[in-house]
Design a protein around this ligand. Structure first.
Ligand SMILES: C[S@@+](CC[C@H](N)C(=O)[O-])C[C@H]1O[C@@H](n2cnc3c(N)ncnc32)[C@H](O)[C@@H]1O
Length: 472
């Protein structure tokens, strides 16, 4: 009984003592701060880098270092975990900044829990639930101020760039990631800062070891960009995974767009084991290889010798080289050569035939290559090829526009015999669409069109595609 009474008074006494201690500390910390050069900055702009960094073109990481004051709570070590759970939303969230630090009085019985100054500016900033939790754990709500040294490493890339680039101008630091390569599309006003931007992107994104910028708009037949290395190693051979398939390629010499993964998957999911896929503009294989992995037989073609080389490499890498026959031909020569030779047999079989034509700037025009492709009609009503032909449109009615253009190339109105799938918006007022239709018998066996004997030599002449600011 006596010992219980003693324990009760002891707890009461230590609480009064602790609270007095905390109070004194809070007051003295505030006093100290109000007299020191470091003032508790409690405005949302707290994380802004020092103004001297504005206009910097070569990265000086040291110039970003500053000491700021952040609010903190002095929490008994024995309830620390519980308090951390209850204050999840109010604790500091900074890369590389600990949420809990040693108590300034170096007492192992207490820790300082650092709070997010954007959320907590006074004790009334705590939510009802947080305040209740603090009371129940016996934590005094008085705020302390902890001096924190923030360095370049604790800032996010947007914060660094916002501090450096001219005020009031767009600082978007968006990039596409292709393996270890970050691929940017810098605006004119950002170009004077290009190397600094590259370095910041590399520093702030683990795994990125090379940052490139497109130096011109896409204008080559092969749909690849000229690019300039802004930071990091000059290694353009990327390794990426898309829909569980691995691809390797030289990003500076072939076409690859990480934004097409959903479209690749959508089409591949329509392919069944035993089907045949005829990929006219195959690139490095994102339709052809997954289709072959599903058990389809594939004929894959690309005019770019580099794409062709990486396509073959990727077939081997994914162990489907026995299922994919590769060609390095112009799309028309591919249709009028290997495709023309294969079709009569395929049309007699039960398995489906899919023709994929992903060269949105030009593919709709290539559809004329199917006109009168076969001479002798074979019984194939149920098994005519399904075509997936891609096109860009800037029209007010993009669906109608692409169907009209496909019909014009085929020489037959498709109207209701096709469906149009919106793939993506590639630029303001410019969409990428996929027209899907069963290749009409009237086109395939049209006697009006005389087929020129195709040359199966790769076409050496480059056609200039429609220019676009997007990598499609
Ligand atoms: C937009 S990319 C699509 C590549 C791939 N199918 C994909 O989805 O990522 C178009 C491809 O067509 C190839 N190409 C361009 N003109 C061609 C032509 N006349 N005949 C065959 N391939 C061509 C380019 O080299 C490029 O790899």
């Amino acid at each position: 009984m006596l010992s219980q009474l003693f324990r009760f008074y002891f707890r009461l006494f230590s609480r009064v003592l602790t609270s007095a201690c905390i109070h004194r500390k809070a007051t003295s910390a505030a006093e100290k701060l109000s007299h020191s050069a470091v003032k508790p900055v409690m405005e949302p702009k707290l994380y802004q880098a020092p103004p001297e960094v504005r206009g910097m073109t070569s990265l000086d990481k040291g110039a970003f270092t500053q000491t700021i004051a952040v609010p903190a709570l002095r929490v008994p070590t024995r309830v620390l975990n519980k308090v951390m759970k209850s204050l999840k939303k109010s604790t500091i969230q900074r890369p590389g900044v600990p949420k809990v630090v040693q108590d300034t009085e170096e007492s192992s019985d207490f820790r300082l829990v650092l709070l997010d100054p954007h959320r907590v500016s006074s004790t009334s900033s705590f939510s009802e639930a947080e305040a209740e939790a603090l009371r129940s754990f016996g934590v005094a709500e008085e705020l302390q101020y902890h001096e924190l040294q923030l360095t370049y490493d604790n800032l996010k890339s947007e914060e660094v760039l916002e501090a450096v680039l001219p005020q009031g101008q767009d600082v978007t630091s968006a990039f596409s990631r292709v393996g270890h390569i970050a691929h940017m599309n810098l605006r004119d006003h950002q170009l004077s800062y290009k190397n600094l931007i590259g370095q910041v992107i590399m520093d702030k994104n683990p795994g990125v070891t090379c940052v490139v910028n497109k130096t011109n708009i896409i204008d080559s037949t092969y749909r690849n960009f000229k690019m300039e290395v802004l930071a990091g190693e000059e290694n353009m051979v990327a390794k990426v995974k898309e829909n569980s398939v691995t691809y390797e390629f030289d990003f500076s010499r072939v076409y690859w767009n990480p934004r097409l993964s959903t479209e690749h998957q959508r089409v591949v999911e329509l392919v069944k084991r035993g089907d045949t896929v005829l990929d006219v503009f195959a690139g490095v294989g994102p339709f052809a290889i997954p289709a072959a992995r599903l058990g389809a037989n594939v004929l894959a073609n690309d005019l770019n010798p580099e794409s062709y080389r990486w396509l073959q490499h990727n077939c081997k890498l994914n162990k489907v080289d026995s299922k994919v026959r590769t060609f390095n031909l112009d799309g028309r020569a591919f249709i009028q050569g290997p495709v023309k030779r294969e079709l009569p047999v395929l049309l007699k079989e039960k398995a489906n035939v899919h023709v994929v034509m992903n060269l949105p700037a030009l593919a709709l025009e290539f559809l004329d290559a199917f006109r009168g492709l076969l001479q002798h009609e074979v019984p194939c009503d149920d098994n005519l090829p399904t075509v997936y032909c891609y096109g860009f449109s800037k029209d007010k009615n993009p669906d109608t526009d692409v169907v009209k253009r496909a019909s014009g190339s085929l020489g037959l109105p498709l109207d209701k015999q096709c469906s149009v799938h919106f793939v993506r918006n590639v630029a303001p007022n410019k969409d990428m669409l996929c027209v899907r239709f069963t290749l009409p018998k009237e086109v395939l066996f049209s006697s009006h069109h005389v087929q020129a004997e195709p040359s199966e030599e790769p076409a050496p002449k480059k056609q200039k595609c429609e220019e676009t600011t997007e990598s499609t």
